[in-house]
Design a protein around this ligand. Structure first.
Ligand code: PMP
Length: 361
């Protein structure tokens, strides 16, 4: 039975990217050794490193004003590095709180300096919506405004980003970077843990304006300065070479499959199928998120009781549909439909949902 992997992250990777890794594991590019055993300063690795960085630029159409870097430590590392680089003494940063990950990002800023809530997506204590542009209470003197483009736990997603305004715009795009074509130009800095649409965990992709990177504080240790990694082409120290190799495999495949426009078409089709199953269930399944704020990456839903939710997750697993349990902090169910989930996988889930509701409704 084919498994459909709805895990939220680490998430499913495209099968062909894994098969390529299997085929190349013991002998990369005819060198007789694994990519993991190559020097990060050698020709074989450098070519893959450059290809991976180039694919990020190519797929997103990153303009010359911006550059791309990889940094180990995942998105949480960036939660800390961001305020360390930009919150000079006496300055404050604005955060839009749309979920637990934005709260964590803001908590790091508060350790370094001052941070302020510019808007919140909470209703009765729950993150169920994305605030509208007009709701943003912007501090014109903020060091930056931080948003979380997709909220992995809450199941909400910005469909239209706030305008840049006078203050640098920063986004954590961990759970939706590469889900569709995205204009990166208005953002001063975008970061994403790779483990959803891009590759394995433990590494972040960073896309930033060159002048924003250059303006980072130099009063922090070298390794923590973003500039260090951009200036060194993400080779300041030994990078996680195998993770970057896997990013290469995944993104090369995305490119071959029609690029980000093709991803968007597929992701919208999957969203229509799964949300269709929720909305067409006569109330058996319920999505707690405001309709305009629904995520096309993490589809959250509730069943009439927690006992039914448990049974749903267990029975789905027997049918090869894995990873449907909601995040432990909010409960319920969640189907993460990242790029690697096929339209057929979404159909299998919708069919299972229909059958389960019939049997238990
Ligand atoms: N931001 C978002 C939106 C996330 O979904 C996650 C992880 N699921 C993180 C940040 C943290 O990522 P990491 O584990 O790579 O630090």
């Amino acid at each position: 039975m084919d498994i459909v992997n709805f895990n939220a992250g680490p998430a499913g990777l495209p099968r062909a990217a894994l098969e390529r890794a299997r085929d190349e594991l013991l002998d990369i590019a005819g060198t007789g050794i694994s990519i993991m055993e190559h020097s990060h300063r050698g020709k074989t690795y450098e070519a893959i490193h450059a290809e991976a960085l180039g694919l990020v630029k190519d797929l997103l159409g990153v303009p010359d004003t911006h550059d791309v870097a990889f940094l180990q430590g995942g998105a949480s590392h960036l939660f800390a590095i961001l305020p360390m680089n930009y919150l000079a003494a006496g300055r404050s940063a604005d955060y839009v709180l749309t979920g637990d990950w934005s709260k964590k990002a803001m908590a790091e800023a508060k350790i370094v300096g001052r941070a302020r809530v510019a808007a919140s997506g909470q209703v009765d204590g729950k993150f169920v919506r994305i605030p509208k542009e007009a709701e943003l209470d912007r501090d014109p003197g903020a060091a930056y405004l931080h948003i979380t483009s997709n909220n992995t736990i809450a199941g909400t997603q910005w469909s239209e980003f706030p305008a840049r305004g006078a203050v640098p715009l920063v986004a954590d795009m961990s759970s939706d970077l590469m889900w569709r074509p995205t204009d990166v130009a208005p953002f001063d800095l975008i970061y994403a843990g790779a483990q959803k649409n891009i590759g394995p965990s433990g590494i972040a992709v960073i896309i930033a304006r060159k002048d924003f990177v250059a303006a980072g504080l130099e009063t922090i240790p070298t390794y923590l300065r973003l500039k260090t990694h951009f200036d060194a082409g993400s080779l300041y120290n030994t990078p996680p070479t195998f993770a970057i190799y896997m990013i290469r495999n995944v993104l090369a495949l995305v490119k071959e499959s029609g690029g980000l426009a093709a991803m968007e078409e597929k992701n919208r089709a999957k969203g229509a199928i799964v949300y269709g199953a929720i909305d067409g269930s006569g109330g058996f399944y319920r999505c707690p998120v405001e309709v305009e704020s629904r995520s096309l990456m993490n589809i959250v839903f509730r069943l009439p009781t927690e006992a039914l939710e448990d049974a749903f997750v267990k029975q789905a697993e027997k049918d090869g549909l894995i990873g449907l349990k909601g995040h432990r902090s909010v409960g319920g169910c969640r189907a993460s439909t990242y790029n690697a989930v096929s339209i057929d996988g979404a159909r299998r889930l919708a069919n299972f949902m229909g059958d389960f509701a019939k049997r238990n409704g």
